[in-house]
Design a protein around this ligand. Structure first.
Ligand SMILES: NC(=O)c1ccc[n+]([C@@H]2O[C@H](COP(=O)([O-])OP(=O)(O)OC[C@H]3O[C@@H](n4cnc5c(N)ncnc54)[C@H](OP(=O)(O)O)[C@@H]3O)[C@@H](O)[C@H]2O)c1
Length: 313
């Protein structure tokens, strides 16, 4: 599989990433199968977060990695922190927390659960309205000098937030994770509808795709096959007949699955995304990875865009 130069550096990773948000529902043996399949398919990048399954996803990952034929060296391992899920309130998210204490504890917990001695990258999961950039900088410096984290990035941040943080931290922010897919087209709607007055012209993300290209940040697309905010998959979902028909037409043409076309649609964007696949089904993972070899034409890309309920001004 092709590799992406992460943040324009020598740190590279496969175009498709395995996200382990749903790994907490697997037995260790099932997780071994997912990891070994991923590695055979050319995936060399894992994405996690300290809150997935309230830590259980990372525990299952750590146990599976140990039991598998693989080692931590087979993957770049990335996780995220900065969201506080309160155990006293049923693990509800009660605040975002970029304090140095929280970030250092988050990384220690991740390393312990995953059974690894460092993270290749650590991302701030969601913007903390009370963020003190200088405190984040101190946390990053500690994490880097202790050897616990090699690279840093963010998630769900707009250009202003990234620029503010970047002005304070000494490490280049290499990655931004954003929801982007055939059924979540906000970042390109705004580009396409610039200077119009309809709903799609609203600049929800602040021009983050252009900002990321200008500043050589790699965007990782999360939930590539979900509609809404992780409400369910649109693939083979009868509520989304038009987009499924458009995906199927191209799947037939290229001899692949609809998942592959959904992934290829994201990878076709010039910002050079990575796609974070969250399936825990080895067959669906294989289907998805095939998308890395499909290069959609401009017209095919727009056909899928239109079929997912969008219009062109
Ligand atoms: N930064 C953030 O804020 C953020 C937020 C959410 C997620 N993430 C990251 O993104 C990763 C991916 O998220 P996600 O899991 O929501 O992504 P996803 O790949 O869009 O969705 C995976 C889900 O879709 C199902 N699915 C996929 N293909 C299918 C098919 N052909 N038929 C039926 N079901 C299908 C999977 O079921 P099966 O397992 O049965 O295939 C699974 O339940 C996460 O693991 C996490 O690493 C980041």
């Amino acid at each position: 599989m092709k590799e992406v130069k992460i943040g324009g550096t020598g740190f590279t990773g496969s175009e498709i990433i395995l996200g382990i948000m749903r790994m907490d529902s697997l037995s260790v043996d099932e997780a071994v199968k997912v990891l070994e399949t991923a590695q055979k398919l050319g995936i060399n990048f894992i994405d996690s977060a300290d809150i997935y399954g309230n830590g259980k996803a990372e525990e299952v990952f750590g146990q599976a990695l140990k039991k598998s034929s693989l080692t931590a060296d087979d993957f770049y391992i990335q996780s995220k922190g900065g969201i506080y899920n309160n155990p006293d309130r049923g693990y509800k998210t009660t605040r975002y927390d970029f304090s140095k204490k929280h970030l250092l504890e988050s990384v220690d917990g991740i390393l312990q659960r995953m059974g690894v001695d460092h993270l290749d990258s650590f991302l701030l999961h969601r913007p903390d309205a009370l963020m003190d950039p200088a405190e984040v900088a101190a946390a990053f410096d500690d994490l880097q000098s202790s050897g616990k984290v090699r690279h840093f990035g963010v998630s769900n941040m707009n250009p202003g937030q990234v620029a503010l943080l970047q002005s304070a931290v000494s490490q280049k922010l290499l990655i931004n994770q954003l929801q982007f897919s055939v059924m979540h087209t906000g970042p390109v709607d705004f580009d396409i509808h610039t200077n119009m007055t309809d709903a799609r012209s609203l600049n929800h993300d602040g021009g983050i795709l252009e900002y990321s290209q200008l500043h050589d940040m790699t965007i990782q697309a999360w939930s590539p096959f979900q509609y809404g905010q992780i409400e369910g998959t649109f693939i083979n979902n009868p509520d989304f007949p038009d987009v499924n028909a458009a995906l199927q037409k191209l799947a037939d043409k290229y001899g692949v699955s609809k998942n592959a076309i959904g992934a290829a649609w994201i990878l076709r964007h010039p910002a050079k995304f990575q796609v974070i696949a969250g399936t825990m089904n080895p067959e669906h993972l294989k289907d998805t990875v095939a998308g890395a070899d499909v290069h959609l034409t401009n017209q095919e890309w727009y056909d899928v865009y239109l079929a997912s309920g969008n219009d062109l001004p």
